[in-house]
Design a protein around this ligand. Structure first.
Ligand SMILES: Nc1ncnc2c1ncn2[C@@H]1O[C@H](COP(=O)(O)OP(=O)(O)OP(=O)(O)O)[C@@H](O)[C@H]1O
Ligand SMILES: [Zn+2]
Length: 726
């Protein structure tokens, strides 16, 4: 008889003990147990001789679900580290690290995957017979080349085309068991590649020199400097040794274009972990990676948990991107976890960015990471020139100054594409009564509703609640309601009217919603179907649009005066990344930024001296102000229907820490967004110059905090190394 310690999906910071009739069961094996009236799937985390519970009352394991552990020793260690560092329930950490299919207790062997394939008649069918059904023709043509996973075929060609071809018996379904072969090494076929320039060559050889050991590199290269080419050439060496590469990209970076670059260069299958996969498909990639059947795995944040039998290299592209930090549940940072993982696996890690996070930059400047720099754009491209445009006293048309409209016209006339960035989706950020000044507000969030003209709705961007646009003012009944400010929708409409001879496209989370919508939009831009590109943040991230020569940034002044100390860093990253979309090929590019404060030191520094210079000064400022990365923070957040409850709860926490002298306690204070979805939101910030002191203090008190009376009454969370103070 053994006592097993099991990680269960229960929001408690502890393991649970169960009896097991057999000998030992390895850590990482899933078991089914009863917990109160419920049956739960847990993961064995170890054994124990003694128990904090009465051993005679312990229940037995009901079933063992795996023959072998689903986590390797490194992942087990990382989960334990996550639970300890983020002070998060271990059971929930383990859930986060597992694919959904495994959480549900399904077999760790992926089920066969369903494909569409051509029938005998479909294989020899003449495509021209389908010339009047272009979708069917395209699908049949694709299937004549190779089979397609059902979900992918549906997303790319639609159900109607599939149904029609099935009825004509040209295609049929087929199931394929996940391949067991691990022959990708023989398939490896390196395509032609550009000759690396001097700086690229230095970066590549620095990484190659350390392929057999842990080392962290910051690949700090300006936009378009060929960072991806450095990854590709380093990856080549790793693959040739038969080892695997795991690449993390930001949510939006996982476009077919990116994936295609990796597939094309090496001619092998790439495991892709994106949100469009179903549970079985995701499990299959997980498993193939665990068995070393995949050489390259690319995915967003949670892909960092993918097991690898033969790990060789980790890459985090656009490492500054905020999507790497999970903002609910286990609030981990995938970049920081990547550092831990590379260390445990004893392999190198490359963090790449044109605008490194200040934390990362500091680690490079202090020698913790090796700093690799690329100062020049690759090939023949040169960096876009950057300018501010003073809009004080200037009339604006749909948010754009006359001088800028003329400039847009010039670029369009030369056959180039132009890109306009605005941080607000919808038609306008507020609806105001021209008679009495009343503004329509979301009562649950205390914020103005955004006007969406196309949907004919007012929508709250904080809680999602919506209503139709009223015809008259609630307060004075006047029907003179006008919109205030400009959003993407209005900008698109204005530009379409002003430049009727050109086609415009809007890319924001409204227009890009739905499977493959964004991919199709990006393709149509690259095919030059549109000349005017309008969008939010989505447009700033990593896209390569060779024909864009002008980038215009509207209305970012708000960020210059934000209460969030990270706002300046994020603004500088955004501006630099946006400017980086211009002039990426032969034609030179320029970036203009409209502002009411053209002399603002941040803007001036950034535009005249570049991001690196800005970042070094920003680091100095952080140091003088005792802010991260020179100090370490943890944020307790509480929200409740009564502001009093949220405040009292945090006040009780503050008292637990008040006696420590190497720890500062700021608050409780209202969150930057004080009310959301009808709940009042408060925060308490803990801060210490020593990470260990902060960790120790919270570690000692967290159980106590869990047992506070209010802890079960209100919603609260703890965020270690917080990024988001809203
Ligand atoms: N050594 C080289 N010689 C010629 N062309 C190159 C070289 N390296 C990269 N390129 C090309 O330059 C372009 C930009 O490179 P890449 O996309 O790798 O840059 P990046 O630094 O990853 O860009 P960003 O961070 O702005 O997204 C690509 O079209 C790439 O094929
Ligand atoms: Zn709301």
């Amino acid at each position: 008889m053994t006592i097993l310690r099991v990680a269960l999906p229960i929001p408690k910071r502890q393991l649970f003990d169960y009896l097991y009739q057999g000998n030992e069961l390895a850590a990482g094996v899933r078991v089914r147990v009863s917990f109160g009236p419920r049956k739960l799937i847990g993961v064995v985390w170890g054994t124990t001789e003694t128990s904090e519970w009465d051993i005679s009352k312990l229940k037995s394991i009901e079933a063992v679900l795996d023959d072998a552990p689903i986590f390797d020793p490194v992942l087990i260690k990382l989960c334990s580290w996550l639970a300890q560092y983020y002070k998060h329930p271990i059971g929930d950490v383990v859930q986060t690290a597992m694919p959904v299919a495994l959480r549900k207790g399904e077999s760790s062997q992926a089920k066969p995957i369903e494909y569409w394939t051509v029938s005998d008649s479909g294989r020899s069918a003449d495509l021209s017979s389908l010339s009047r059904a272009p979708k069917q023709r395209a699908l049949l043509e694709a299937l004549q080349k190779h089979d397609l996973v059902k979900s992918k075929a549906k997303a790319d060609f639609g159900t109607a085309a599939i149904k029609a071809l099935t009825e004509k018996t040209l295609i049929e379904p087929i199931e394929k068991a996940p391949s067991k072969k691990s022959t990708w090494q023989q398939d490896l076929l390196i395509q032609d590649k550009p000759t690396a320039n001097v700086e690229q060559a230095i970066a590549i050889s620095c990484i190659e020199a350390k392929l057999d050991q842990y080392g962290c590199f910051l690949l700090d290269g300006i936009t378009g400097s060929g960072k991806t080419e450095v990854y590709l050439q380093a990856i080549e060496q790793v693959l040739k040794q038969g080892k695997q590469v795991l690449i993390l990209v930001p949510e939006i970076g996982l476009t077919p274009q990116t994936v295609h670059r990796f597939k094309y260069r090496f001619g092998i299958d790439v495991g892709i972990l994106h949100s469009g996969l179903n549970n079985n498909e995701r499990l299959q990639v997980w498993q193939q990676s665990a068995n070393a059947q995949l050489g390259i795995i690319i995915g967003t944040r949670s892909a960092i948990f993918t097991p690898m039998l033969k790990p060789g290299l980790l890459i985090v592209d656009e490492e500054h991107d905020s999507s790497y930090k999970q903002q609910d549940g286990l609030r981990y940072h995938a970049r920081d976890l990547a550092v831990m993982r590379a260390r445990e696996e004893n392999i190198p890690l490359v963090l790449g960015s044109a605008t490194p996070a200040l934390e990362t930059l500091n680690n490079a400047l202090t020698g913790k990471y090796q700093h690799l720099k690329l100062h020049q754009r690759a090939g023949n491209a040169s960096l876009a020139t950057q300018h501010v445009f003073d809009i004080r006293q200037q009339p604006l048309k749909f948010g754009v100054a006359q001088g800028m409209l003329e400039r847009i016209g010039q670029h369009l006339q030369q056959g180039s594409q132009v890109m306009l960035f605005i941080n607000r989706r919808g038609y306008a950020p507020a609806l105001v009564c021209h008679q009495c000044g009343f503004v329509e507000h979301c009562k649950r969030c205390d914020k103005p509703f955004t006007v969406h003209k196309q949907l004919y709705k007012l929508q709250c961007h904080h809680c999602g609640s919506a209503k139709s646009i009223p015809k008259s003012c609630q307060q004075c009944q006047s029907n003179e309601l006008t919109s205030m400010g400009v959003g993407t929708e209005q900008l698109e409409q204005g530009l379409a009217d002003y430049f009727p001879q050109y086609s415009s496209i809007r890319i924001d989370s409204d227009s890009a919603r739905g499977k493959n919508k964004l991919d199709n939009m990006l393709n149509s831009i690259n095919n030059n179907e549109h000349q005017i590109l309008i969008g939010t943040q989505i447009l700033s991230k990593g896209h390569h649009f060779p024909n864009v020569t002008l980038v215009l940034i509207l209305d970012v002044d708000g960020a210059l005066f934000s209460a969030d100390y990270r706002a300046a860093e994020h603004l500088a990253q955004l501006i630099t990344q946006l400017a980086g979309r211009a002039g990426r090929a032969e034609k030179p590019g320029e970036m203009w930024l409209q502002t009411h404060d053209p002399g603002h030191p941040l803007l001036q520094d950034l535009i005249n001296n570049g991001y690196s210079h800005f970042a070094q000064y920003a680091l100095l400022e952080r140091q003088q102000a005792n802010l991260p990365p020179f100090t370490f923070q943890a944020l307790f957040k509480a929200q409740a229907l009564s502001a009093r409850d949220a405040f009292d709860f945090l006040q009780q926490i503050a008292q637990l820490f008040s006696h420590l002298d190497n720890l500062d306690c700021v608050g409780p204070i209202p969150a930057l967004m004080e009310k959301r979805q009808g709940q009042f939101r408060m925060q308490l910030l803990l801060q210490s110059p020593q990470r260990s002191a902060l960790q120790k203090a919270i570690g000692q008190q967290i159980k106590q905090i869990e047992t506070l009376n209010l802890a079960n009454k209100i919603r609260w969370s703890l965020d270690i190394d917080p990024q988001d103070f809203t």
